[in-house]
Write a protein that binds this ligand. Structure first.
Ligand SMILES: Cc1ncc(COP(=O)(O)O)c(C=O)c1O
Length: 373
């Protein structure tokens, strides 16, 4: 199937391969100087004081919830239209996920819906910058007051809200899974400005050990350590960090290419009645176009998917609504979220990735038009 157009494909070239080979030859391949360099570069790019590299965004969410003391009896407000990893971590912390509905057009959590669900037990709000579009942070911060906000920035590398990069202000968690705008194969990053909290996260990331292992194994170094609080093992490797540093050099190009594809889809599919295109937030922002999610109105989504498959075109489902997952219903009962439930049956993600050429974009457009008509 040589003409298959996948939904996503990492944008990797010689620079990434050379960077990985260099680390492999260096004699130090796990967490070390490359992770430090990647953290410094990422923090600089975001404009945050600190960045902590991790083996995944999910691991980041786990230690963030732990460090914030979220546990039994606590509630965390988040959208249901998100990847289940966040909800899983809330539940695994023995807290309750409280789902807020989203905007039909942008698929972003609605601040008024968060407000409706605040209670004395609300211990955190986790908005998601869905598909690379920023949520309305000013409105959410107004509503939150003293309640901590943890930004799920898994889709938001190179996403801007009113002139600032996502992750600059509040504690934020990024993902470098291969589908994401930049990848480290698997990996994540937490950014934040609270030095004490970030230090605790650093300890929780790696067994609770104070000093980095690459410093304990260095020539003439002290191999001893103490642990004041047990931690997990969510460290990134230097191989991944080298990949990440090479990817960061391409961010501008990656975002520009994704924006170009999105603009073309928006222009060429806007006259189709049987399909709703993604809505664009009305406030000033920079969109990273991590995903291009359309809603199928003209036909059953299953038939649309089958037709795409027959034409050798890939697709994705972002996401099955979390409040309808079996274990969530079993544990917390049913929640009514009218917009989420409506769109959950209609959404499908079309191919969008930096290496997609104009002919491939045109082919997707032609096929979608043909199926919908
Ligand atoms: C919205 C969202 N949050 C969190 C994650 C978790 O990231 P990771 O796969 O790096 O654990 C993902 C993606 O995979 C995601 O799409």
């Amino acid at each position: 199937m040589s003409d298959f157009i996948p939904m996503s494909k990492p944008f990797l070239g010689k620079a990434e391969i050379d960077a990985v080979v260099q680390v492999l030859k260096s004699g130090w391949i796990t967490t070390g100087p490359k992770c430090k360099e990647f953290e410094e570069e990422f923090a600089r790019f975001i404009g945050a004081s600190h960045a902590l590299s991790l083996s995944s965004g999910t691991g980041g969410m786990h230690i963030v919830l732990k460090a914030m003391g979220i546990g039994e009896g606590d509630e965390v407000i988040t959208p249901s239209m998100t990847f289940a990893s966040t909800v899983n971590q809330i539940v695994l912390a023995d807290a309750r996920p409280v789902f807020a509905d989203i905007d039909y057009d942008t698929l972003l959590i609605r601040p008024e819906e968060i407000k409706k669900r605040l209670s004395k037990r609300t211990k955190a709000i986790i908005p998601v910058h869905f598909a690379g579009a920023p949520v309305d942070m000013d409105a959410i911060e107004d509503i939150a007051g003293d309640i901590p906000i943890i930004e799920d920035a898994a889709h938001a590398i190179d996403t801007y809200y009113k002139g600032r990069h996502i992750g600059r202000k509040n504690l934020s968690i990024f993902s470098f899974h291969p589908i994401k705008n930049i990848t480290t194969c698997e990996g994540g990053m937490v950014t934040g400005n609270d030095e004490t909290l970030m230090h605790r996260l650093r300890l929780l990331r790696f067994h609770g050990i104070e000093r980095d292992s690459w410093k304990r194994y260095g020539k003439g170094s002290d191999p001893d350590y103490d642990i004041v609080e047990p931690g997990f093992k969510y460290n990134m490797t230097d191989i991944q960090a080298a990949l990440g540093l090479a990817q960061m050099k391409q961010i501008e190009e990656i975002t520009e290419r994704r924006n170009r594809i999105a603009r073309h889809y928006l222009e060429e599919l806007s006259d189709l009645d049987g399909l709703d295109l993604p809505g664009i937030p009305c406030y000033e922002h920079g969109h990273a176009w991590h995903l291009f999610v359309v809603k199928i109105l003209a036909m059953d989504r299953a038939d649309f998917i089958q037709a795409l498959a027959e034409k050798n075109i890939g697709y994705g489902l972002h996401f099955p609504a979390c409040h309808t997952l079996s274990y969530v219903i079993k544990r917390f009962g049913k929640t009514a979220l009218s917009v989420t439930e409506d769109i959950a049956k209609k959404i499908i993600s079309l191919p969008i990735y930096p290496g997609m050429d104009a002919a491939q974009v045109d082919r997707v457009i032609d096929v979608v038009r043909e199926i919908i008509k």
